[in-house]
Design a protein. Sequence first.
Length: 155
Amino acid sequence: MFFKARGGCLLKNIQQIFKLFICGSQFKRILNYAKTYKYIEIVGIGLGTMQENGIYVSHIELCNNISKNPRYEFLIDSTCYYNIYKIIRNTEKDIVTIIHSHTINDVTPSIKDLTNMRLWNIPWLILNIDGEYKAWFLNPDNMLTSIETTIIDSC
């Protein structure tokens, strides 16, 4: 279902995504990271696989936000992409989601998020420090769709 491309992995047949399943320990880790750095947008790259009933995120690689305005946007440090490459080059895992926090309570994509979602044909999960979260996908017709997300114990 995936093929590797410049800037990430693109999902084929994205309409087949029914759910996003995230490893609980990984989700807890990124949520704690967001709470620690509550005044900046934190960012992680979700690695995993696509299966018949959805996307499974088994690892979240936390990345440094090097934006000059980190309270309202994120820019991923390029060393994070290199670390991800080292993880996925000999595995069946791919980049399957972008995960980041908002410093306000809103978990819907900002205008800047929507612009960048057009570049990554994968779901984005947005969370806040209160533990609220929602996954989104922007299809090629610019239709924003929420994706049911389940935090799972077995990873």
